[in-house]
Design a binder for this molecule. Structure first.
Ligand code: NAD
Length: 370
């Protein structure tokens, strides 16, 4: 399935040609001629599976370039140096990376390590005077996220969260349709985010490194999705947890949580977050004039979807390529994506996650104040 997806992804890009795809995306409409503007020079911290995906996607970026690495594994640094042509002077480990402050050849650090490390690492990057791009979830709770926002503000650097869907063409189209009133008054969102997790010894099942369980890792897509699809901020949540395997999913590591969000307009969202069910990557939204279903809705793509008007046919472009070029444009030119992805945005999701966990614990309806 994964290789079929890769094949389709490659086919989509090579058949139409990347420049054409870029041209057809409003974000890059202005870049028909060879791009000559500023290029965001990025170091990746954490050379694991997602870090590798981002590095591969960045090969096609015009406005961003991978120039450095931060890793605790010397052999990985060597491999990456060879693969991505990274000079030795741009290679750091977790002990010495504060010295990046004296490296003029690095503008930003992309933190792609386990969630529990994001806060301290991001704050160290900010103190070194570099822009911070941090993976989701930005931290393990709202207090930590707030500290990161404050540190980046104090250091006058950007803090951007890896919400790649905010640049994904079909998602952007649906958000525009909602903004234009094409669904009428939106009343209901359904988000289903989950997969069956494997190796019981991985960091994602370790409370200290993950901050929780499925909610931190995959449920966050339904939270963020509910907000960008409905275009409102929730004011209350109720939530229920189901745990069928307490050995694998220990205390503080959620297996499955269903949660409901209420919005000021009266709209409601009904969502499922799980590490123990397969084939769950679906958004549905309905309003007085129309509806949309996206399935898959947040995977690496191609995203598929249809509305009351028919199939969504925007092109597939590797999400991380769009994201990194988009973030460069945001940093250098102030061009925002259709939905923001800065630290404040990430902080809202962390506040909602805190409220979901509180609702599970107390069994009560918890107010959310964003
Ligand atoms: P991974 O386990 O594949 O990689 C994590 C990397 O961090 C490894 O290279 C590991 O060596 C390094 N690391 C540094 N200190 C570590 C420590 N103390 N313990 C364990 N590893 C340590 O994980 P991943 O899938 O690449 O996820 C990394 C981050 O990226 C997570 O925050 C995750 O939520 C996020 N992520 C985002 C997406 C997305 O689509 N936006 C997808 C996957 C992962």
């Amino acid at each position: 399935m994964a290789s079929r997806r890769n094949f389709l992804e490659k086919l989509t890009v090579s058949a139409v040609g990347l420049p054409l795809l870029y041209h057809s995306n409003p974000l890059f409409a202005a870049t028909e001629a060879p791009y000559q503007g500023p290029v965001l020079k990025v170091a990746i911290m954490g050379l694991g599976s997602y870090g590798t995906r981002v590095a591969e996607a960045m090969k096609d970026c015009k406005r961003a370039k991978l120039v450095g690495v931060i890793s605790g594994t010397p052999s990985k640094i060597k491999d990456w140096q060879a693969k991505y042509d990274i000079p030795k002077k741009n290679c750091y480990n977790y002990e010495n990376f504060d010295a990046i402050k004296d490296n003029k050849d690095i503008d930003a650090v992309y933190v792609i390590t386990p969630n529990g490390l994001h806060k301290d690492q991001s704050i160290r990057v900010a103190k070194a005077g570099k822009h911070v791009i941090c993976e989701k979830p930005m931290a393990v709770n709202a207090d930590e996220a707030q500290e990161m926002v404050d540190a980046c503000k104090a250091a006058k650097v950007h803090l951007l969260i890896g919400y790649r869907m905010h640049y994904e063409p079909k998602t952007v189209e649906v958000i525009k349709m909602r903004q234009n009133g094409e669904f009428g008054k939106v009343k209901f969102f359904q988000g289903q985010s989950g997969f069956t997790i494997g190796d019981p010894n991985q960091w994602r099942l370790n409370k200290e490194l993950a901050g929780g369980g499925a909610m931190m890792d995959i449920g966050i897509y339904s939270i963020n999705g509910a907000r960008y699809m409905l275009g409102e901020e929730p004011i209350w949540v109720t939530a229920q947890e189901t745990k069928t395997d307490p050995i694998k999913f220990k205390e503080g590591v959620d297996e499955t949580i269903q949660f409901q969000l209420g919005f000021p307009s009266g709209a409601v969202a009904n969502c499922l977050s799980t590490y123990n069910m397969s084939h769950l990557d679906r958004f549905f939204m309905t309003g007085s004039e129309g509806w949309v279903e996206m399935k898959p809705s947040t995977g690496y793509g191609p995203i598929k979807g249809r509305t009351h008007k028919g199939e969504l046919d925007q092109p597939h472009i590797t999400h991380q390529t769009l994201q990194m070029d988009g973030m460069s444009q945001l940093i250098f030119e102030g061009v925002q994506p259709i939905v923001p992805l800065d630290g404040e945005e990430g902080l809202k999701d962390m506040k909602i996650i805190d409220a979901i966990y509180r609702a599970v614990e107390t069994g009560e309806k918890v107010a959310i104040n964003l």
